[in-house]
Design a protein around this ligand. Structure first.
Ligand SMILES: *[C@@H]1O[C@H](CO)[C@@H](O)[C@H](O)[C@H]1NC(C)=O
Ligand SMILES: *[C@@H]1O[C@H](CO)[C@@H](O)[C@H](O)[C@H]1NC(C)=O
Ligand SMILES: *[C@@H]1O[C@H](CO)[C@@H](O)[C@H](O)[C@H]1NC(C)=O
Length: 278
C-alpha cells in the first residue's frame, strides 16, 4: 500500500494550493458537493503528463463545470497499470485498482465530493483499468467512459504476474461468451449485488495495439453483466462524428465504434460528460 500512501500525501499537499495539480485538480470555481472524474493515464505517461496533454480535455471540463478531477499515477515501470495480477483484479485485493479506489474515498471525505457522482475515464491502459475498476469497485462508481481498452480480466496473467502484457488479449484472440465474461466480472467481487456503473466504450476499427475485437468482447461482457441483449436497441450512424457509430444496448451500455481510427480514439469531452450527466 506504499503507493496509496504516497498518493495521499500528494492529495494533502495539494489542498494548500488552489487550482494546482498534485494528483488532484480542484478548480477555483468548484461547486458544492462536487462531482468527481477520475482520469486514468495510458502507458508511458503519468498523472502530470496526462494532465498537461492538450488532447486530454478533463482539466477544461473541470474549469468550466466546477467538478474535481483526480489523476492517479501508475507506480509500475513503463507506467502501465497493473490489470493482470490477482490483487488488482479483486475487490479489496490491494493492487493498483484499490489504490485508485482509495483516492476516490479520500476525495469524498476531503473535498465533500458527492459519492453518487463519481465517474471514471481513461485511455488505453487507463481504459483497461477503467474496466477493472468497474468490476472491482462498482459500489463507488456511477458511470465509466473509456477509450480503447480491453474487457475486465482480459489481460490476466495466468502466473499472477503484476503489470504483465498479454498478447492473446491485445491481439484480440481472447474471446469468450457473454456469460463467461460476465462471470469474470462477478468473480472479481464475489457476492456483490448492488448497482453497477453504466459503461460507455469507445474503440477504433484500425487499432493496431489493442485489436478491434476487444470492442466486441467488452460489449459482450457489460451487456451480459446488465442482463441485456448483445443486439443494440439503437444504432446511430455518423454519431457523434462522421464515421463513428453509436450503439446503445439499453440505458447502461453504449458502444462507440470509430471507423478507420487507430489506437487510441481521441477523447470527446462533451460526449463523455453527457454520458456522466455532467
Ligand atoms: C492472457 O489472457 C487470457 C485471458 O484473456 C488468459 O487465458 C491467458 O492465460 C493469459 N496469458 C498469459 C500468458 O497469462
Ligand atoms: C442481472 O440479473 C441477476 C440475476 O437475476 C441479478 O442478480 C443482477 O442484479 C442483474 N444485474 C443488473 C445489473 O441488473
Ligand atoms: C463530441 O460529441 C458531441 C456530442 O455527442 C458532438 O456534438 C461533437 O461533434 C463531438 N466532437 C467530436 C470532435 O467528435
Amino acid at each position: 500500500m506504499l503507493f496509496s500512501v504516497l498518493v495521499l500525501t500528494g492529495l494533502m499537499a495539494s489542498t494548500a494550493m488552489a487550482a494546482s495539480l498534485t494528483y488532484v485538480y480542484k478548480p477555483d470555481n468548484v461547486v458544492e458537493n462536487p462531482p468527481l472524474v477520475v482520469v486514468i493515464h495510458s502507458c508511458q505517461s503519468s498523472a502530470q503528463s496526462y494532465f498537461q496533454n492538450s488532447a486530454i480535455p478533463w482539466r477544461q471540463g473541470s474549469d468550466k463545470k466546477g467538478y474535481i478531477t483526480v489523476w492517479p499515477s501508475s507506480p509500475n515501470s513503463g507506467t502501465c497499470w497493473d490489470v493482470s495480477s490477482k490483487q488488482s483484479l479483486s475487490h479489496l485485493g490491494g493492487g493498483d485498482s484499490q489504490a485508485i479506489a482509495n483516492m476516490i474515498l479520500y476525495a469524498i471525505s476531503e473535498y465533500k465530493v458527492d459519492p453518487e457522482r463519481v465517474y471514471v475515464t481513461g485511455g488505453s491502459s487507463g481504459a483497461m483499468m477503467s474496466n477493472v475498476l468497474a468490476a472491482t469497485y462498482p459500489e463507488l462508481i456511477k458511470a465509466v467512459s473509456l477509450y480503447s481498452g480491453v474487457a475486465a480480466g482480459c489481460f490476466v496473467s495466468s502466473s499472477g504476474g503484476v503489470d504483465q502484457w498479454n498478447n492473446s488479449c491485445s491481439g484480440g484472440q481472447s474471446q469468450a461468451t457473454p456469460e463467461k465474461w460476465k462471470q469474470v466480472v462477478l468473480d472479481m467481487y464475489p457476492g456483490y449485488d448492488g448497482p453497477r456503473p453504466k459503461m460507455q466504450i469507445w474503440h477504433g476499427s484500425a487499432d493496431g495495439t489493442l485489436a478491434p475485437q476487444n470492442y466486441q468482447e467488452e460489449i459482450k461482457q457489460w451487456t451480459a453483466v446488465f442482463n441485456v441483449s448483445q443486439e443494440p436497441t439503437e444504432s446511430v450512424q455518423n454519431s457523434p462524428k462522421q464515421g463513428y457509430t453509436t450503439n446503445n444496448f439499453g440505458d447502461s451500455v453504449q458502444g462507440i465504434y470509430a471507423q478507420g481510427v487507430g489506437h487510441s480514439v481521441p477523447s470527446n469531452l462533451t460526449a463523455s460528460e453527457i454520458w456522466f450527466g455532467l
